[in-house]
Design a protein around this ligand. Sequence first.
Ligand SMILES: Cc1cc2nc3c(=O)[nH]c(=O)nc-3n(C[C@H](O)[C@H](O)[C@H](O)COP(=O)(O)OP(=O)(O)OC[C@H]3O[C@@H](n4cnc5c(N)ncnc54)[C@H](O)[C@@H]3O)c2cc1C
Length: 403
Amino acid sequence: MYLKDLLTQEEGEIKKLFRKFVDNEIMPKRLEIEQDKGLVAKILQDITDLGVLRMGYPKELGGEKSDKTPFYLTILAEEFSRGDAGIAMAVGQASGRHLAPAIIEKNKAILDRFVPIYTGSEFAYSCLSMSEPDGGCDVENFDMKGKTLRTTARLDSDEWVINGSKVWPGSGGVAAMYLTICTTDPNLGEEGIAIIYVPDGTPGLSFGKDEPKMGFRSIQNSSVYYDNVRVPKEYRLAGPGDDAKWFKAACSHTKIHSSGMSLGIAKGAFDTVLEYTKNRMGGGKPVRQHTIVAGILADMAIKLEVSRALTYNTTWMLNNPEIYGPPFSLEMISKCNITKVFTADAAVCITNRGMELMGANGYSPEYSMEKYLRDAKALQLWLAGQQVSKYDIARGYYDLNTV
Ligand SMILES: Cc1cc2nc3c(=O)[nH]c(=O)nc-3n(C[C@H](O)[C@H](O)[C@H](O)COP(=O)(O)OP(=O)(O)OC[C@H]3O[C@@H](n4cnc5c(N)ncnc54)[C@H](O)[C@@H]3O)c2cc1C
């Protein structure tokens, strides 16, 4: 089925709206966006003014979520990443992904405290505070069962007291809410894993510097420090065992968001190189008329089309758990990781070959291919990287014990 037939009329309109916004408000400013966080803030506010964030929250919570837009978050990731992947990440995080487990769990304390921040008229960042200094992969390696987590939560009367530190969280230092992955006791394994929502401004919560990095420069990545941070006990998502399940589910959803971002970057890069090689002459004819170049462009098209089919297919499966199983099942974790690994590799390959076909101009910021390549590389590194993600893929087919 073609994507345009798969999407509802509402989703088709959303896609067009996002595309127009990206073409008019992001594409012409991509160089400045990477250097000017004030400009990023203005663009995020303009996106909020479109009513985008509210579409991630149900109507009864003040949002505008509709059952006619099941592909909404994937469309968002794809379309905004064509312009700037960091902006796509920030908008996705604020559009309900981080609060989705609390919405399903109907955790009233969390919903009352945090949802109004994101359904209001002002843009607010949200942060997944997960990776730790001693090894990000270990936190997301389900075989480790949370035993390497060093950020701890201790119950003191009716409050959690959190201690520890995180490295690299996107929107760390600027977010209104920190979705904190920690443990009540590493010896308890999965039973100890806790997901606790921490509001910005809580005493004891502090941040490191904005990390300089190769790509994703429009978002801030900063360490997050917890020094006896106290929050009400109701801010824990669900409880022993259930939080571990939700952690796996959050990883599945986040990997599909990452896949949508890979897709958008790959699409932007492919459009760019197609146009460039149409006009650039070499050997007396347009570069893309050489058979060796046509073969490379065809390989890029294959990777792009398969990425799109895979990403939308897996989004559909995640949206229909009654048919395909919950997002924390071994099968769905495997599917989401297949999608994440394939699309991230495809994006890196497409941007890399795209640069090759553009010669030195591909290396220049003017044509944005170098930006696409810099952004694409992070998609292979984050979310436990490609290697540990492959463990999750294999576990969908056989019993694998890597520890
Ligand atoms: C742009 C960007 C944005 C990010 N955003 C966030 C965010 O929003 N929130 C957040 O919490 N984190 C975020 N991160 C951090 C990211 O998720 C981690 O960097 C990632 O999980 C990898 O962890 P690490 O860097 O500690 O690598 P390590 O865990 O040190 O891994 C290093 C290498 O060892 C390999 N390795 C590790 N364990 C195994 C194993 N068991 N078997 C085989 N190989 C293994 C890995 O594949 C990798 O090649 C972000 C990172 C970047 C670059």
